[in-house]
Design a protein around this ligand. Structure first.
Ligand SMILES: [Ca+2]
Ligand SMILES: [Ca+2]
Length: 153
């Protein structure tokens, strides 16, 4: 199946409304509580913020994930965490995404460190305070300092 056929199979109308997108994503994690993470994911896909994910939105993320450079993939991780899309990630934003990921995996063995501990460690390793905003380069640098960030993201 081509990517288009895969997309059309899930979304016969050729575009995904938010509720539909979240519902489909939730089917992938029947053991967890994925609603919140699905919303962040929807915002990541819906680059032009028109409230629907169409095939262009879909393929842009899909091709970055499958064929993008490391830098492009990092950019996606940054965008995912930049919930209000202001070009910076804050402690609170990273924590919200981490917590939503923990809920995604709720019924799997719990992470050894809580979300708070992981975000604290991320900021501590960079020598930054939890009040600081990080731009994309700083965030990337932080991910390099703390590779576990990337694997959990
Ligand atoms: Ca869109
Ligand atoms: Ca932000």
């Amino acid at each position: 199946m081509t990517r288009y056929q895969v997309f059309i199979k899930d979304y016969p109308g050729g575009k995904a409304e938010k509720a539909e997108f979240v519902l489909n994503f939730c089917k992938l994690y029947p053991w967890g509580d994925p609603d919140e993470f699905a919303e962040y994911l929807f915002a990541l896909f819906d680059r032009n913020m028109d409230g629907v994910v169409d095939f262009d939105d879909f393929i842009r993320i899909e091709s970055t994930l499958t064929r993008g450079s490391l830098e492009e993939k990092f950019k996606l991780i940054f965008d995912l965490h930049d919930i209000d899309k202001d070009g910076f990630v804050t402690y609170a934003e990273i924590l919200r995404v981490f917590k939503s990921m923990d809920k995604l995996m709720r019924k799997l063995p719990p992470m050894q460190l809580s979300s708070e501990m992981r975000v604290n460690r991320f900021f501590a390793k960079m020598g930054r305070s939890s009040y600081d905003k990080l731009n994309r380069n700083e965030f990337l640098q932080g991910c390099c300092n703390d590779p576990e960030m990337v694997t959990v993201s």
